[in-house]
Design a binder for this molecule. Structure first.
Ligand SMILES: [Zn+2]
Length: 137
């Protein structure tokens, strides 16, 4: 980066202006950081928190379970909601204005997709719509 001249100019002009306000030091330290990015210690701004939403770039590109995955998941969980343990009913096929029952089964993520959970059979569980819509865990 070789825009030191522009920065010096900006610093000169702005420092004169800000000196009266007692803010010149603040501006200089800010420009110093901008001009020397290599000196700034590496932090990991995209590191996922222990729990909580992660940036889109870290989420599984596949959000929805495939038909085949759902079949495997529902069979493995014996068609019961793992959260309330009740039996579930066949999902209503989507049509315009179709109504869904809270007992219908859906495939949910154990670790939420928005929190970095993968869309895999291992990270999935059968849930009734009632539990699924109630939020995580
Ligand atoms: Zn349930």
């Amino acid at each position: 980066m070789d825009n030191g001249t522009a920065l010096d100019k900006a610093a000169g002009v702005s420092t004169d202006f800000l000196a009266g306000l007692g803010l010149a030091g603040v501006l200089e330290s800010t420009l110093g950081r901008l001009a020397r990015p290599a000196v700034v210690p590496e932090v990991a701004p995209e590191a996922p928190a222990a729990s909580g939403r992660v940036p889109l770039s870290q989420r599984d590109p596949q959000r929805l379970f495939t038909k085949g995955q759902k079949q495997t998941i529902f069979e493995r969980d014996n068609y019961h909601c793992v959260r309330c343990t009740k039996g579930t009913t066949e999902p209503t096929p989507y049509t315009k204005g179709s109504k869904h029952l809270p007992t219908e089964r859906v495939a949910g993520h154990k670790q939420a997709w928005s929190e970095g959970g993968r869309t895999t059979v291992e990270n999935s569980q059968t849930e009734c719509r009632g539990c699924s819509l109630r939020g995580t865990k």
